[in-house]
Design a protein around this ligand. Structure first.
Ligand code: TYM
Length: 330
């Protein structure tokens, strides 16, 4: 009863990449015993960028199946589609009225995404972080396990919660970000000074559905430096540091152990061993389990439905309180 609440989510835009797994999904499954957890497929967020409807539907089902394939037990965690519970959108509207344009204009993700989508800088892209705040605040969330790139959005969710509470009393729990020390920012394989991202060039990222051959090829081509020493130095050796971090997190060992393991070895050996660790410890188990789960449509439909109802049951209590506070007739 008194377990703390965790909420997180990911966008169903194609298959996730290795950074999503190491920075987020992998940690989620470690939290399921200690916390009450909700993990959402954030399809409402996905349409801030134009989507092909059939592809979005497919990607959403696949992502839910992948959550389970990555180790989330759907009986212990509430895994569901964001659009299956309208409370997210309702609370987002209310919170829009408590968020300033200036705050949203400062969001780096908005600046990046609008630079990439000049033809479609819609208001949903601008208010995206408000919907994310609604996702989190709707359930009295204490902790939000995410990668480093979501830290600024989390800060905004906290500011909005505090602002609302200052006006109406203690309605919202003020959430904390839960960001792992290692693996929270996996970098691109071709531009290791940038984060790995689904929307970038295919060779820069490991897609969770890539075949072993493709994974090995992408790691072999990973950009390193003209030096020969395997050393962890994010500033001067971003490519090598990224490979070391991927190895440590894929093997479930500390960064220091990974560094010690490669002492005296060369870049070629590093790339091969990182590729093998990712294939054996990450890709193969996930892909095998994903194939089983996604083949069973009725099973997935049942989980989706049952869990959206569970989410709504929790969310409605807070939403009702919010509506009453702002003066709606309830
Ligand atoms: P999204 O879909 O971009 O990413 C899902 C999760 O993966 C993490 N991540 C990474 N971690 C390490 N290295 C990387 N290169 C990397 N790339 C992505 C992200 O930090 C994230 O944790 N806005 C969110 C989805 C969202 C959400 C929420 C998250 C909507 N509502 C409420 C938490 C709580 C997003 O676009 O994540």
């Amino acid at each position: 009863m008194d377990k703390k609440i965790i909420f997180s989510g990911a966008q169903p835009t194609g298959y996730p990449q290795l950074g999503n797994y190491l920075g987020a999904f992998k940690n989620w499954s470690n939290l399921q015993e200690e916390y009450n957890c909700l993990y959402c497929v954030v399809d409402l967020h996905a349409i801030t960028v134009r989507q092909v409807p059939a592809d979005l539907r497919k990607a959403s089902r696949n992502l839910l199946a992948l959550y389970i394939a990555c180790g989330l037990d759907p009986e212990k965690n509430i895994v569901y589609m964001q659009s299956h519970y309208s409370g997210h959108a309702e609370l987002a509207w209310i919170l829009n009225c408590f968020t300033y344009m200036g705050e949203l204009g400062r969001m780096t993700q908005f600046k990046d995404k609008s630079a990439k989508n000049e033809a479609n800088i819609n208001s949903g892209l601008f208010t995206y972080p408000v919907l994310m705040a609604a996702d989190i605040l709707l359930f009295g969330t204490h902790l939000v396990p995410v990668g480093e790139d979501q830290r600024q959005h989390l800060e905004l969710a906290r500011d909005v919660a505090i602002r609302f509470n200052n006006i109406y009393g203690d309605v919202f729990t003020v959430p904390e970000a839960y960001i792992a020390k290692s693996g929270a920012k996996i970098m691109s394989l071709t531009h290791p000074e940038q984060k790995m991202s689904k929307s970038d060039d295919d060779n820069s990222q490991i897609n969770l559905m890539d075949s072993p051959e493709v994974v090995m090829r992408k790691f072999k081509r990973a950009v390193t430096d003209s030096d020969t020493e395997i050393r962890y130095d994010k500033e001067k050796k971003p490519g090598i540091s990224n490979l070391l971090e991927i190895y440590a997190n894929s093997c479930g060992i500390s960064l220091d152990s990974a560094i010690a393991h490669f002492d005296g070895k060369n870049y070629g050996q590093l790339k091969t061993e990182v590729g093998e660790a990712v294939v054996e410890n990450v890709m193969q188990p996930i892909q095998t389990s994903f194939a089983d789960i996604s083949a069973n449509k009725d099973y997935l439909d049942g989980i989706m439905k049952k869990n959206a109802e569970k989410a709504a049951y929790i969310g409605e209590k807070i939403l009702k309180k919010v509506k009453k506070k702002v003066g709606f007739v309830v």
